[in-house]
Design a protein around this ligand. Structure first.
Ligand code: HEM
Ligand code: 2DC
Length: 469
C-alpha cells in the first residue's frame, strides 16, 4: 500500500528557517542548482517549505505524466504572488496567466482559436519571416560596418528587439521598426521594463507580497514601476490598433493580427482582451530571445550539429522552392534542436500544478490541493532520463524510444504556454534564416552557466560571431 504524505523526505517543517538558509546559500539565483542537489540528496521526490509556500517536487517523466493526466479541465499552476499583488494594487484585470477556474477557461478557449490553432498559426509565417529577414539584413550591414568579415557581439539586446518586433507583428499586425539603426526609446523602455519586472519578482517569490507592500520596500516599488511601464506601453499599442480599426484604416483583406481578430470576434470583453494581449506582449520578449541565444551558443559549440542543420535547411529550401510554410514541414532536426535547447536551458525552472484529487507519486499518497512541481531543469540534466545529458544532441529526439513527458519546455495540456506556436515558429524561422546565411561561432574556452532571475538566463554575457557563408 502507498505510503502516507507525512513520510515524504525533505525539509518541510520549518518554512522560515528554510527560507533563511536558502537565502544564505545564494538560493536567490540558484533555485535550479539547489533543486538538482535536493533530488540527489532525497531521491526522485521530496517535500519542501520555503517561507509560507509548501510543495512536493518530482523529477521523473513518469511522475510528471501521473500529475498531468490527473489535472482535469481547470488546471492551476503556482500563481506568482508579486504579479497578482501588482494587479490588485492597481486594480487591473487578470489575463489568462493569472485567472482561475471557469473565468480562465472561457478566455483561454477564445484565445486558443486566435493564437494556437493550426489554421491561424500558418498565417503567422509571413509576418514572422519578414522580421527574420530584417534581422539577417541588419546582421549583414553590421558585418559590412565592422570592416572585418564578421559580426561579433553579445546578442542579448539585439535578440530582445527581434523578439518584441516579432510578437508585436503577430499581435498587432504592425511593425515597430526595432531592427533599424534608430530604435524608438519607448519600445526600448518596454524591453527594459520586462527584464526589470522579472528581476524584481524573484526576491519576492517566497515572501507574501502584502508584507513587502507594507514595508514599501525598494524591490516592490521597482516592481510596480516595471509593470506600470509594461501596461502603459502595451495600452498604447492596443489603442493604436483599436483606433485604426474604428477609423477603418485597416484593410479587412489581409490578416491584421491577433488583437484585431479578437476585437472583431466580439466574444470577449475588451478589458479581458487587453489584459491577455498585454501578457503576451510581455511574455514574448525574454523567453524566445534567451532560448535563441542558447540555441546559437550550442550550435556554435557543436559545429558538426550546426552543419547537419544547415544541410537540412538548405535541402528543404531547394525542395520547397523557398516556400517557408513548406520548409517548416520538413526541418525535423531543426525542431529537435530547439527541443534540445530547452532541455538544457529551460525558461521555466519548474512546472507546477495544484492537485485536485489524491495522486500517487513514487508510492506516496499526495492529497488534493497540494502544489506539485516538476523540476524541469533537473529533469533535463538527469542521466537516468537523458543519457549523457551534458551532450547537445538534437538527434536524441528523433531516435527510437519513449519520449513520453520528456519534452515539457512549454508545459503541458490545456494550461500549457499560450504563446507556444508563436514562439516555436519565431524560433524555427529565425534559426532557418541564420543558418542559410551565416556560420555561428563562439570562443570555445568560455563556459557559461545558468542563473535564476525568475526565468533561467545565462550567468554571463555570451559572445557570438556571425560569419557570412
Ligand atoms: C505559460 C514557457 C514564450 C505567453 C508558459 C508556461 C511555460 C512557458 C513553461 C507554463 C505552462 C504550464 O504551466 O503548463 C515558454 C517558453 C517560451 C515561451 C519556453 C519560449 C521559448 C511565450 C510567448 C508568449 C507566452 C512568446 C506570448 C506570446 C505565455 C502565457 C502563459 C504562458 C500567456 C500563461 C498561459 C495560461 O496560464 O493559460 N510559458 N513560453 N510565452 N506563456 Fe509561455
Ligand atoms: C518561476 O517558483 C519560479 O512563460 C516559481 O511568458 C514557479 C513559476 C511559476 C510560473 C512560471 C515561472 C516560475 C517562470 C516564468 C513563467 C511562469 C509562467 C509563465 C511565465 C514560465 C517557473 C512565462 C515567462 C510567461 C510570462 C508572461 C508575463 C511576462 C506576463
Amino acid at each position: 500500500t502507498p505510503r502516507p504524505f507525512n513520510q515524504l523526505p525533505g525539509d518541510w517543517r520549518a518554512g522560515w528557517l528554510n527560507l533563511y538558509r536558502f537565502w544564505q546559500e545564494g538560493g536567490l539565483h540558484n533555485v535550479h542548482h539547489i533543486m538538482a542537489r535536493k533530488f540527489q540528496q532525497f531521491g526522485p521526490i521530496y517535500r519542501e517549505k520555503l517561507g509560507v509556500y509548501e510543495s512536493v517536487n518530482i523529477i521523473s517523466p513518469r511522475d510528471a505524466a501521473t500529475l498531468f493526466q490527473a489535472e482535469g479541465t481547470l488546471p492551476e499552476r503556482f500563481s506568482v504572488p508579486p504579479w497578482v499583488a501588482y494587479r490588485d494594487y492597481r486594480n487591473k484585470p487578470y489575463g489568462v496567466l493569472l485567472k482561475k477556474g471557469e473565468a480562465w477557461r472561457s478566455d483561454r478557449l477564445m484565445l486558443n482559436k486566435e493564437v494556437l490553432s493550426p489554421q491561424v498559426v500558418e498565417g503567422f509565417v509571413p509576418l514572422l519571416s519578414e522580421v527574420g529577414e530584417d534581422f539577417v539584413r541588419r546582421a549583414q550591414a553590421q558585418v559590412g560596418n565592422s570592416g572585418r568579415e564578421h559580426w561579433t557581439a553579445d546578442f542579448t539586446h539585439e535578440l530582445f528587439r527581434f523578439a518584441l518586433e516579432s510578437v508585436c507583428h503577430v499581435l498587432y499586425g504592425e511593425r515597430l521598426g526595432l531592427l533599424q539603426d534608430f530604435v524608438d526609446p519607448e519600445s526600448q523602455r518596454f524591453i527594459d521594463a520586462v527584464t526589470l519586472m522579472f528581476h524584481t519578482t524573484s526576491p519576492m517569490l517566497y515572501v507574501p507580497p502584502a508584507l513587502l507592500r507594507h514595508l514599501n520596500a525598494k524591490m516592490w516599488r521597482d516592481h510596480v514601476q516595471a509593470w506600470d511601464a509594461i501596461f502603459f506601453q502595451a495600452d498604447k499599442c492596443i489603442q493604436n490598433v483599436y483606433r485604426d480599426l474604428r477609423l477603418q484604416r485597416k484593410s479587412t483583406k489581409e490578416y491584421m493580427g491577433i488583437l484585431c481578430s479578437l476585437i472583431m470576434q466580439d466574444k470577449l470583453p475588451l478589458d479581458d482582451i487587453k489584459a491577455s494581449v498585454t501578457e503576451m506582449m510581455a511574455g514574448g520578449v525574454d523567453t524566445t530571445s534567451m532560448t535563441l541565444q542558447w540555441a546559437m551558443f550550442e550550435l556554435a559549440r557543436s559545429p558538426g550539429v550546426q552543419e547537419q542543420l544547415r544541410a537540412e535547411v538548405l535541402a528543404a529550401k531547394r525542395e520547397a522552392a523557398g516556400d517557408r510554410v513548406k520548409m517548416l514541414k520538413t526541418i525535423r532536426l531543426l525542431k529537435a534542436a530547439i527541443k534540445e535547447t530547452l532541455r538544457l536551458h529551460p525558461v521555466a525552472v519548474t512546472l507546477q500544478r495544484y492537485t485536485t484529487q489524491e495522486v500517487i507519486l513514487q508510492d506516496y499518497r499526495i492529497p488534493p490541493k497540494t502544489l506539485v512541481q516538476v523540476g524541469l531543469y533537473a529533469m533535463g540534466r538527469d542521466p537516468e532520463v537523458f543519457p549523457k545529458p551534458e551532450q547537445f544532441s538534437p538527434q536524441r529526439w528523433l531516435a527510437a524510444g519513449p519520449k513520453h513527458f520528456k519534452g515539457l519546455g512549454f508545459g503541458f495540456g490545456p494550461r500549457q504556454c499560450l504563446g507556444r506556436r508563436i514562439a516555436e515558429l519565431e524560433m524555427q524561422l529565425f534559426l532557418m534564416q541564420i543558418l542559410e546565411n551565416f556560420k555561428i561561432e563562439t570562443m570555445r574556452a568560455v563556459e557559461v552557466g545558468t542563473k535564476f532571475d525568475l526565468i533561467l538566463i545565462p550567468d554571463k554575457p555570451i559572445y557570438l560571431t556571425l560569419r557570412p557563408l
